[in-house]
Design a protein around this ligand. Structure first.
Ligand SMILES: Nc1ncnc2c1ncn2[C@@H]1O[C@H](COP(=O)(O)OP(=O)(O)OP(=O)(O)O)[C@@H](O)[C@H]1O
Ligand SMILES: [Mg+2]
Length: 243
């Protein structure tokens, strides 16, 4: 988990976003270093998906600046360099897992070996020939992830990738994320369960559209005096914070 001091992969400054008539992100500023795993944590509805959409360039923003890999979010040049796995699995239902992954491999100039590697990485080897609509919910999630992995993007944005997965698979996926980060991939992973925070190099703690803090799990414990990260987050909410 090397954290380089080079320019950050993601830089967000004073980001404000409205959805419908409400402001859902309030002056959010953050940076994400290369080759790290950043956990985006906060309760349902706090703005995690919205923030991710801003970073991958699919969200209209009210004001502020969002840059990824040195370019304004949404730039055409970033299309092949950022992988985004949405909260709802998005695979083709009428073709097999392998064919889904192969489709993305073709788009991104990857070969058959890359396809097999991505399928294996998410533990779907035995289901490789099953159609998308013949998969369980967790398997669909993993198939979506394989489609993103096969592109080998520099930045992987994963919206709640471990929801609906059993504990063994969750551990395996986190191992996979660590291996990717060790090889220089930058990961932004959202979750609303704090036990996943343990796996992250740094945490972005979001509440009601406000970024409460950007810090490591160790610093969160130190700041709050709480060992349990869930309790620490709750303590941070009550004591307030400055990031
Ligand atoms: N299309 C939309 N139109 C209006 N408001 C929206 C829309 N999508 C989301 N919102 C609102 O924006 C806020 C942030 O939503 P967002 O999806 O970013 O939350 P989240 O943290 O990802 O939640 P969850 O953990 O449930 O996925 C919520 O209050 C939500 O109701
Ligand atoms: Mg969400």
């Amino acid at each position: 988990m090397s954290q380089s001091t080079a320019s950050p992969v993601v830089e967000v400054q004073n980001l404000r976003v409205r959805r419908g008539r409400r402001r859902v992100l309030h002056d959010v500023s953050l940076t994400i270093p290369r080759g790290s795993i950043t956990g985006l944590l906060g309760p349902s509805g706090c703005g995690k998906t919205t923030l991710m959409r801003c970073i991958v360039g699919t969200q209209i923003v009210e004001s502020g600046d969002v840059r990824a890999l040195g370019h304004p979010a949404g730039s055409a040049t970033l299309r092949h360099r950022i992988g985004y796995v949405t909260q709802a699995p998005s695979i083709y239902s009428d073709i097999s897992v392998r064919e889904n992954v192969a489709y993305f491999a073709a788009l991104y100039g990857r070969d058959r070996a890359d396809v097999e590697q991505a399928v294996a990485a998410v533990g779907l080897g035995p289901q490789a020939r099953q159609r998308g609509d013949q998969l369980s919910g967790g398997q669909q999630t993993r198939a979506s992830l394989a489609c993103a992995l096969v592109a080998q993007p520099e930045l992987l944005v994963l919206d709640e990738p471990t929801v609906g997965l059993d504990p063994v698979l969750r551990v395996e996926l986190w191992q996979q994320f660590h291996a990717l980060a060790a090889n220089g991939t930058t990961l932004l992973v959202s979750s609303h369960v704090m036990d996943e925070a343990e796996h992250c190099d740094q945490l972005l703690l979001l509440r009601e559209g406000h970024l409460l803090a950007q810090l490591s799990p160790r610093d969160l414990r130190a700041r709050t005096g709480e060992q349990n990260l869930e309790t620490a987050f709750l303590t941070l909410i009550t004591i307030g914070s400055d990031t």
